[in-house]
Write a protein that binds this ligand. Structure first.
Ligand SMILES: [Zn+2]
Length: 463
């Protein structure tokens, strides 16, 4: 058991240190690492660096105080960056449809994982029964608060300060694992002196060639392992599965095998138990570009959200049918049929109205309708759009349940997730209250619909 502080060597005084800061949802902590003096110092000088640097991610993932700044409606969240290369590889699940004797269509999906199964089912559902959803009601049209600053460029800058923060995490975990502190003493002393000229950590895995995350994984990971061939002890770290770093801690190592892994979900904080394969032979030399990792993170974040929503709703349907079955109102056979039917309709509806980006192969006509529903236009249609709809600007509106008169001030274009590498914008109408100057943002097509402006599909194209 350690009784002196890793950094200043004073006697420990029960100070509880979070190895990965709480501000980024870190969960691992120990009272046997550092003293309260060091803890306070790092708390001011080092730990906030991560939160500051990764602010955009925290924003999107709704972690910490940034929660309140984010739009309520997931689908209305503007995506932040140009996405040219960030597509996750789609694993194509097998989908078959069977026309049954009773005239109904049954959809069978065999997928490698639940997400792609849902996605495949959704596509098929939209194709077979679900586009009827388009002819139905519009989904709820609430005024949405959007945060315009969100469409600023999401730049993550890795500098010496940031590397200091990463080094501190690695060193604390190394000591937490009770590895020999003397072997890394120079590194410990540089951290204690708050040096900001670190270059020891190699930022890597920008194309997932070192470690490929699971399809919905958003995690923090620290690995400390020895490598027999290279005769080293190295650390590999991932923060939000986006910032990945590799550093050799001990050289000329010929001792016992070292293998420590800390892996937690970065949102739920749950400890993850999956096998971690780090291919250190693939550490690349080229400078890091995070765009791929950030876009892939957003994809996984959305997949995760879709999965949660869809599985919750499927469970509701199943629960309802279970009750009916118990009461004897339906047979086992009807239970199964009804479940497929209702789940399929629900998924189709969700894909059309809530997650328009989840289905890949809508045809052009369908896309135009879906874009219209979601107020999405192709980025290079912006001038045409403004020209065609300019007569809206300056008009006065009132909102239900609100006495103030609002003047339509302008259109606001928020960056949306690209589709087939085509840049998309979500269009909002910005209204200003004559009473107190407050602003309301409404998706443009909701406004068009209420005011009876016809659907002009050419303004909502993808291609
Ligand atoms: Zn100390």
């Amino acid at each position: 058991m350690r009784d002196i502080c890793v950094f200043c060597k004073n006697v420990l005084d029960g100070s509880d240190e979070h190895i990965i800061p709480q501000s980024i949802n870190g969960q691992l902590h120990s009272k046997e690492l550092i003293c309260s003096n060091c803890n306070n110092l790092f708390g001011v000088k080092v730990d906030p660096i991560l939160k500051e640097t990764l602010g955009v991610l925290l924003h999107v993932l709704k972690i910490g105080n940034s929660k309140n700044l984010v739009v309520k409606d997931e689908e209305g969240t503007p995506y932040l960056i140009d996405n040219t290369s960030g597509k996750l590889k789609q694993i194509k699940p097998q989908v078959t449809t069977i026309k049954r004797d009773d005239g109904k269509i049954q959809i069978n999906v065999i997928g490698p994982d639940e997400i792609s199964t849902y996605k495949a089912m959704a596509t098929k559902a939209v194709r077979t029964v679900g586009m009827a959803a388009l002819k139905g009601e519009f989904s709820t049209s609430k005024s949405q608060k959007i945060n315009i600053s969100l469409s600023a460029d999401a730049e993550i800058k890795i500098d010496g300060k940031f590397l200091l923060a990463l080094n501190k995490i690695i060193v604390e975990y190394y000591c937490y694992c009770n590895l020999n502190q003397e072997w890394i003493e120079p590194l410990i002393s540089s951290i204690a002196k708050l040096q900001e000229n670190f270059s020891n950590i190699q930022i890597c895995n920008t194309s997932h060639n070192i470690r490929k995350p699971e399809s919905t994984e958003i995690s923090h990971l620290i690995v400390i392992r020895s490598d027999e061939v290279k005769k080293i002890i190295y650390a590999y770290i991932e923060i939000f599965t986006v910032i990945c770093g590799y550093v050799i801690l001990v050289e000329n190592y010929e001792g016992e095998k070292v293998d420590f892994v800390y892996h937690q979900d970065a949102i739920t904080k749950e400890i993850l138990e999956m096998e971690i394969d780090v291919k250190i032979d693939n550490i690349e030399e080229q400078p890091a570009e995070f765009e791929h990792n950030i876009n892939a993170l957003f994809d996984r974040h959305e997949d995760r959200h879709i999965y949660e929503q869809v599985s919750l709703m499927c469970k509701d349907i199943k629960d309802e049918l279970d009750i009916e079955l118990e009461r004897g109102a339906i047979t086992e056979d009807e239970h199964e049929k009804k479940y497929v039917e209702r789940a399929t309709k629900m998924i189709a509806h969700m894909m059309v109205f809530v997650f328009p980006d989840a289905v890949e192969d809508f045809n052009l006509k369908e896309l135009k309708e879906i874009n219209y529903i979601h107020s999405l236009i192709k980025a290079d249609k912006i001038e045409e759009f403004k020209f065609f709809y300019h007569q809206f600007i300056g008009h006065e509106f009132t909102f239900e349940g609100n006495e103030s008169i609002y003047k339509m001030e302008n259109f606001v274009f928020a960056r949306h997730r690209p589709r087939n590498d085509v840049h998309m914008l979500k269009v909002y109408c910005c209204f200003v209250s004559e009473k107190d100057g407050s602003k309301e943002y409404w998706p443009a097509t909701d406004v068009f619909k209420f005011t009876g402006v016809p659907f002009l599909p050419d303004y909502f194209v993808w291609l």
